[in-house]
Write a protein that binds this ligand. Structure first.
Ligand code: GLU
Length: 333
């Protein structure tokens, strides 16, 4: 059985590189510990742990034990530190205040929780030898170490957490569905070398994820009634979906000039004559017929939404109940 751990420091929403570690550990391990590495008070951010838990829940990454906080295991580290001495290989294990450093706490935990595989970013490769020796000094067998490439910015440097899209929270705020982020990270797998962050790829995956979402899930994610799904399907991300929904649910009031009348009268006739609910083909057929009799589609859009841009017209007709579409056409005249 492969026992792995994901061990973020509670510095707030996960950097995509950390999210990669989480997803890779989950994919690799049979059993996963979630450990919160909070031994360095300078790196602890208030609410940092909650943000990480929220990110993992959003990504759908589950763990088997934890969260275990290192701050709650200090007695154990002190005991191990006494066994090994304050320093080991020239490295400090216990600080002057008696608290454990990352190296000691991490190795003690990996031993105590029976971790068989340590999967983490390349930036920890320099720690591997020290961690092996510390493990052996504690009388245990070192785990296997797998260091994966980091996710770098366009400039080839570590992606700053402030870059848009660099944290899980910022992807969520940009309306990227969780499935798209998860798929991107799964595609990366365990990169041997550092990789450049590919936000355009995530955006393409977002379009696919939206196409694959069941109606009810899409409606919920866009905070819209399920009847609006035809409109939502045209969105490239969930923010856009919310905006399209808003455009339909909250039309701008309009007064159209007299030239609009023939188009709207024809539309009303066609809509009256069609069934209550329109499926996509019927809605497209109606748009085609309106155009064929000289109707101006821009005018219809304006009448129905008060805007000259927005959702695809056929999708709009599919989503608007018949009486509401007729009411809006009347009100615009
Ligand atoms: N808290 C460390 C980090 O986030 C964990 C490193 C490790 O996996 O050992 O970089």
């Amino acid at each position: 059985m492969k026992r792995v751990r994901f061990a973020p420091s509670p510095t707030g929403s996960l950097h995509v590189g950390n999210a990669l570690s989480a997803v890779a550990n989950r994919a690799f391990g049979d059993w996963m510990l979630l450990r919160i590495d909070d031994t360095d008070p300078e790196r602890n951010v208030p609410g940092g742990e909650d943000a990480i838990l929220a990110d993992l829940a959003w990504l759908g990454v589950e763990w088997d034990e934890g969260p275990v906080r290192q701050s709650e295991r200090s007695a154990r580290y002190t005991e191990a530190g006494r066994e090994l001495g304050d320093r080991f290989d020239g490295i400090t294990l216990l600080r002057e205040d008696g608290s454990a450093t990352y190296h000691l706490a991490s190795v003690v935990d990996d031993v105590d929780f029976g971790i068989t595989h340590v999967i983490r970013g390349n930036d920890h490769r320099p720690n591997e030898q020290l961690h092996r020796r510390l493990t052996q000094a504690l009388g245990a067998t070192p785990p296997e170490f797998i260091h994966h490439g980091l996710i770098l910015g366009e400039d080839g440097r570590k992606l700053s957490k402030r870059t848009p899209g660099a944290t899980v929270a910022s992807l969520r705020e940009q309306g990227i569905p969780a499935a798209a982020v998860r798929r991107y990270l799964e595609e990366l797998g365990l990169p041997k070398h550092d990789v450049h962050y590919d936000l355009p790829r995530i955006r393409r995956l977002a379009i696919e994820a939206i196409a694959e979402m069941p109606d009810a899930e899409l409606a919920e994610a866009a905070e819209a009634p399920v009847g609006l799904v035809p409109v939502l399907r045209g969105a490239r991300d969930l923010n856009e979906a919310r905006e399209l929904a808003r455009q339909v649910l909250e039309p701008e009031p309009v007064q159209l000039p007299a030239e609009a009348r023939p188009t709207l009268e024809r539309f009303k006739e066609l809509r009256e004559g069609a069934s209550n609910g329109l499926d996509h083909d019927a809605a497209r057929e109606l748009v085609r017929e309106l155009k064929a009799v000289g109707g101006d589609l821009k005018t219809l859009r304006l009448a129905l939404t008060g805007r000259d841009r927005g959702p695809e017209l056929a999708a709009l007709l599919e989503a608007l109940p018949k009486d509401e579409a007729l009411r809006r056409a009347d009100a615009a005249l």
